[in-house]
Design a protein around this ligand. Structure first.
Ligand SMILES: Cc1cc2nc3c(=O)[nH]c(=O)nc-3n(C[C@H](O)[C@H](O)[C@H](O)COP(=O)(O)OP(=O)(O)OC[C@H]3O[C@@H](n4cnc5c(N)ncnc54)[C@H](O)[C@@H]3O)c2cc1C
Length: 135
């Protein structure tokens, strides 16, 4: 299982559907999800990073069971290297998604966790990569 699902989808869209546009909306103000949220001493991966890392960007550090800090740096490097970062909209929390059979599109309501106004996006594919540590 990869470290950050949203980047996997973004990268595969880039590689396999380069004609498609996409947006990644992130409720927090930073990238990293699990690996940014948890900072307790000794935090590390449970799996071998050569398996846990992205197939499109192999883990090359000597430590195969890696500390959280290295995993977070790897996630940031991948987002930057593959230009995923520029498609991430921070402080945007998805609060609602409505499907229209007429238009065959989702309308997604997005709250601005930075205090700005809510907004909407529409799309024909909606991929939830919300993890399991965030409410
Ligand atoms: C100490 C530790 C070690 C682990 N080791 C392993 C391991 O070795 N192997 C393994 O397979 N797994 C491991 N895990 C599990 C780990 O959580 C997942 O592998 C992986 O990092 C999850 O990535 P993700 O992108 O799916 O979710 P997350 O990293 O949880 O990211 C989800 C993101 O979605 C955002 N989000 C949530 N809801 C919304 C919303 N409504 N609108 C907008 N954004 C939203 C969150 O802010 C967050 O940034 C470990 C977890 C911990 C804590």
């Amino acid at each position: 299982m990869p470290a950050s699902l949203a980047s996997v989808f973004a990268r595969h869209l880039q590689m396999k559907c380069p004609q498609k546009s996409y947006a990644v909306v992130e409720a927090r103000k930073v990238l990293g999800g699990t690996w940014d949220l948890f900072r307790y001493p000794g935090i590390r991966s449970d799996s071998n990073m050569h398996v846990y890392g992205y197939t499109f960007c192999p883990w090359i550090d000597d430590k195969s069971i890696a500390p959280g800090e290295l995993i977070l740096r790897y996630l940031k490097d991948v987002a930057s290297k593959f230009s995923i970062s520029k498609f991430i909209q921070y402080n945007k929390r998805v609060s609602r998604a409505e499907w229209s059979s007429e238009t065959a599109r989702w309308t997604v309501t997005i709250e601005d966790t930075g205090g700005g106004k809510p907004s909407t996006l529409t799309c024909n594919w909606l991929q939830m990569c919300t993890g399991y540590f965030f409410l």
